[in-house]
Design a protein. Structure first.
Length: 155
């Protein structure tokens, strides 16, 4: 499992000892196709790494359409559920297994306890999380700019 953790941006470059400590607080869970991993607005209590399989991230549909809105489809080696680790807010979307999936679950409480005990490890993880979320925000900004220019082109 250390190899899986080492591929995740926030743990990349950590020592084997650090990875083993994170592995020790992780749980491997299996989901069948269609299983709900968590729902939008649930209390966020863990982040997830897909060891094998596929997960759909969806927003609940609103209004008359009622259909859910696909946000992303994630595969082996991908991760999700990290935002709540930082802001303690409810889940912003739902996660559903799109195929049989083995997923590593890392509970926030155990992770925070581990990081509180090791300031160097905490610095590494929080810096990596900040960098990753900044890159996501930059992509979102580009998406908004693209959509705005497309919409203005129709006027």
């Amino acid at each position: 499992m250390n190899k899986l953790l080492d591929t995740l941006y926030m743990f990349r470059g950590l020592s084997a000892d650090d990875l083993s400590r994170i592995e020790a607080i992780s749980e491997l869970e299996s989901y069948s196709t269609g299983d709900l991993i968590f729902s939008q607005n649930d209390v966020a209590d863990a982040l997830y790494v897909i060891q094998h399989g596929t997960v759909k991230i969806e927003l609940d549909g609103e209004g008359d359409t009622g259909g859910d809105i696909a946000v992303a489809t994630l595969g082996t080696g991908s991760h999700f559920g990290e935002m709540g680790f930082l802001d303690n807010q409810p889940r912003s979307a739902s996660a559903i297994a799109a195929s049989h999936s083995d997923i590593l679950r890392i509970g926030y409480s155990a992770m925070k306890t581990l990081l509180e005990s090791d300031p160097l490890l905490a610095t590494h993880v929080y810096q990596q999380l900040a960098g990753f979320l900044c890159s996501r925000l930059r992509l979102t900004t580009l998406d908004i700019k693209y959509e705005r220019s497309r919409n203005l082109g129709h006027l």
